[in-house]
Each structure stands twice: as C-alpha cells, then as structure tokens.
Design a protein around this ligand. Structure first.
Ligand SMILES: Cc1ncc(C[n+]2csc(CCOP(=O)(O)OP(=O)(O)O)c2C)c(N)n1
Length: 298
C-alpha cells in the first residue's frame, strides 16, 4: 500500500480575518506539514503542528508586512525562525503566502532541495531571511536585525522571531534578551512556543526555565502570555506589539504562547515523543483524516 500525496494549490492573502478563516488556513498548514514530513521520512512534526495557529495569524492576518512578489522589498518586516527545526511549518507558510509553489513542499529534506531540514540562506529561498537551527542563534540574529533597523537604518521595519521554550535553555538566548532590553528594541517581537516539551522530555524536568514572564520582565520586556491556539488572543497580542512599537515605548515585546506539541493530531497531542519524528504511512493517513483530508491509496 502507498498513499497518493497531493498538495492543493491554495494561497491566502495577508489580511485581517475572522477566527474561522484562521482555522481553515491553519488546517491547510497542518496538512502540508504532515504530507511533507511523511514524504521526507524524517523531521520535526510536533512543534510544526503546534505553531500552525501562530503562523496563520502572523502571515495571513495583516500583521506582518511582506510582498511575496517582491521578497526583498525594503520596507518589509522580517521573520526569523530561531527554532530552525520547525522548518516544515515555515515552508508551508511561505508556500501558502505565494513565495513558492505548494508542490515544492514535496521536496522537503531532499538532496538539492531549497527546503532543507533546517533553513539555509544559501539555498536562496524567497521569504527566508537567515539560516537557523543552532538553537539561540536565530534570536541573536533577530536582535542584530532589530538593532540595525532602529539605530542604523532608522526604519520602522519590525522583526518577528520564534523560539522554542527548550531553546531557552541555551544561554545565548538570555544574552540576546539582555541586549534587546538594554538597547530598547521596541521593534522586536519575540514569540516563545511554550509547549513544555523539548527533545528529551518536559522542559520543566530537563532544566526549568520558569518563571518565564518574570525573567523577561527583568530584562525590560513587555510581556504578554496567551493561549497560542486562540486566534483572538494571538491577534490581539500582535496588535498590542504593533501599537507599542508605533508609539515607541522603548521595550522589546515577548509573546509567551502556550501551545500543545502536535496540536491537531490526536496521537501526537502534547507528546514530546513527537518532537523529532515524521509520521509513517499509517500515521500519515490517520493524521490527514483528522485534519479533514481523506487520502487516496495507490
Ligand atoms: C545549539 C543546539 N543544541 C542542540 C540542538 C539539538 N536540538 C534541536 S531541537 C532541540 C530541543 C528544542 O526544544 P524546543 O525549543 O522546546 O522545541 P520543541 O521541542 O518544542 O520543538 C534540541 C536540543 C540544536 N539544534 N542546537
């Protein structure tokens, strides 16, 4: 038995939406994640599924300013995926935004593909701003981008960056936080995928990073904690960041988004065992069914 994997050709515009529309987009993104990981036979399912709701609002809710037809538009906002292992959800998002053909998602992790297991800038993928995957590196780069935008170029561009919570066990993240606070980088929006899962277990058991909000506050951050699957809460957190940035409040912004690893697929839900595994054939069929798609058998 084999399954016939097809990627729809749907793309979505970047505009303010109702929660039901975000839900529809997130479903498409989750299906893309399952399909590309099944075909790749390796990669990170759990966090990619868990952050789909955040991506659906950030890229398709009129929050980030970007032009897929002009990827290097000077006034664009930039997104950095510091948790580079979540590349499948970023690639799905870029495809659905129109940066690449959705069918290219079938090349994830293949030799010569632009869609490597961790994002690589040397593959010239439009919409990708930097390489990442060495945990803590992306947020450090994002802080540098925000510094140069604010103090050298003096633009009103904004930098969005997503880290994992296990990623925060890397000391380099806290150096980046200290720097962002010291230099009053109010053009930086740091999103923490707070799922209490990392590669080896619960974040709290492996090495606690809590209390997280207090730590960021101590570094002079504006902190908002949300349910990372609630579209209204996600949207209003981004709105708040944009409002604070527009009024130059002098504080970097962090959204602590409480999420579940594997959200949307029952047998992956809240299980760190799905941090770094792809679905096999049987699991892909079940997952896609749960995500509203009946797959054809070949
Ligand atoms: C510097 C560095 N050390 C170790 C790794 C291996 N690694 C990849 S993901 C990961 C766990 C990250 O946990 P989290 O940020 O919570 O991501 P999630 O499990 O939620 O996807 C580790 C240790 C890495 N990529 N970079």
């Amino acid at each position: 038995m084999a399954i016939n994997i097809k990627f729809s050709e749907k793309t979505f515009q970047n505009k303010r939406r109702e929660p039901s529309e975000y839900a529809e987009i997130a479903l498409e993104l989750r299906r893309d994640v399952i399909k590309s990981l099944y075909l790749a036979k390796s990669g990170h399912s759990g966090g990619s599924l868990g952050t789909a709701d955040i991506f659906s609002v950030l890229y398709f809710g009129g929050i980030m300013r970007y032009r897929p037809e002009e990827p290097y538009w000077k006034e664009r906002d930039r997104f950095v995926l510091s948790a580079g292992h979540l590349a499948p959800i970023l690639y799905a998002t870029l495809a659905r935004a129109g940066y690449l053909e959705p069918s290219e998602l079938s090349t994830l992790r293949k030799y010569n593909s632009r869609l490597q297991g961790h994002p690589g800038i040397d593959h010239h993928l439009p919409g990708l701003e930097t390489s990442s995957g060495s945990l803590g590196q992306g947020i450090s780069i994002a802080v540098g981008m925000a510094m140069s935008d604010k103090y050298l170029d003096k633009t009103d561009r904004r930098v969005f960056c997503l880290t994992g919570d296990g990623e925060l066990q890397e000391g380099i993240c806290w150096e980046a936080a200290m720097c962002a606070g010291h230099y009053k980088l109010d053009n930086l929006c740091w999103i923490v995928d707070s799922n209490d899962c990392q590669i080896d277990g619960r974040v709290r058991d492996v090495m606690s990073i809590y209390p997280l909000a207090d730590k960021f506050r101590a570094f002079n951050f504006e902190v908002v904690e949300i349910d990372g699957h609630n579209y209204e809460e996600i949207q209003s957190a981004f709105d708040k960041f944009i409002d604070y940035h527009t009024h130059n409040n002098g504080k970097p912004f962090v959204i602590i988004a409480n999420t579940f690893m594997g959200k949307g697929v029952s047998f992956m839900h809240d299980s760190y065992k799905w941090h770094g595994n792809p679905p096999n054939e049987e699991q892909a069929i079940k997952a896609l069914e749960e995500l509203g798609e009946i797959v054809e058998l070949l």
